[in-house]
Ligand binder design. Structure first.
Ligand code: DGP
Length: 217
């Protein structure tokens, strides 16, 4: 049996990640795959509740302290993620460590310092970056409700994201229609899953997780 694939969707606010994650999960389920959605920050945990208070401006926190809380929120999910992937469940993940670095480095924190707490997290098998210029993001509904939803800040976040881009990233133009984006994301995900299943049939070892986020940077 092939292990599950870690499928990450990243991008700036309002790029349509949550819609695309939900559509991808539904499409994979319809095709008979075992698949779950996983979202960061996970606001249901104790750490996640502190993050929520910060994002909704109920609490003030030092930039470095909140950075470490976001990272801790990912670390606390790691054992569950590992278990599910090894049990053959695909995980569609809405934001991850790239957001962690992009949002903190956009505040002026050192890029390497921002990466350090997330080093060693499981690395995604495929990362879709939903790219949306901030002028378009601003026009979409709800922009401005939470702490980071300001145009100049989102522009800096996008710049850092683009610096973090690596060869495993698949760039998706988020100005396209919801259906067009879904088609691209599903097609590339299915290709990835098909290759994994074929490898497993050849009995090549497929129980090793791709560890070490930011291992080569
Ligand atoms: P979301 O629930 O996806 O809308 O994310 C909430 C906000 O938090 C959004 O503005 C992006 C930001 N965010 C997500 N992950 C991180 C992170 O790890 N670090 C920081 N500083 N911000 C993050």
């Amino acid at each position: 049996m092939a292990r599950g694939r870690f499928i990450l969707l990243e991008g700036c606010d309002r790029a349509g990640k949550s819609t695309q994650c939900a559509m991808l999960v539904a499409a994979l389920k319809e095709r008979g795959h075992s698949v779950e959605l996983c979202k960061f920050p996970d606001r249901t945990t104790t750490i996640g509740k502190m993050i929520h208070a910060y994002l909704t401006n109920t609490e003030e926190l030092d930039d470095r302290a909140i950075h470490l809380l976001f990272s801790a929120n990912r670390w606390e999910a790691m054992q569950t993620i590992k278990r599910k992937l090894l049990a053959g469940t695909h995980l569609v993940v809405d934001r991850y460590a790239y957001s962690g670095v992009a949002f903190s480095a956009a505040k002026g924190l050192d890029l390497t310092w921002c990466k350090d707490p997330d080093r060693g997290l499981i690395r995604p098998d495929i990362t879709f970056f939903l790219d949306l210029p901030s002028s378009d993001a601003e026009k979409r509904g709800g922009f401005g409700e939470e702490r980071y939803e300001k145009r100049e800040f989102q522009e800096r976040v996008r710049d850092v994201f683009l610096q973090l881009r690596s060869k495993e990233w698949v760039m998706i133009d988020a100005r396209k229609s919801v259906e067009a984006m879904h088609y691209e994301i599903l097609r590339d995900t299915e290709n990835k899953v098909r290759v994994a299943e074929a490898d497993a049939q050849l009995e090549e070892e497929d129980d090793v997780l791709p560890e070490d986020m930011f291992q080569d940077s």
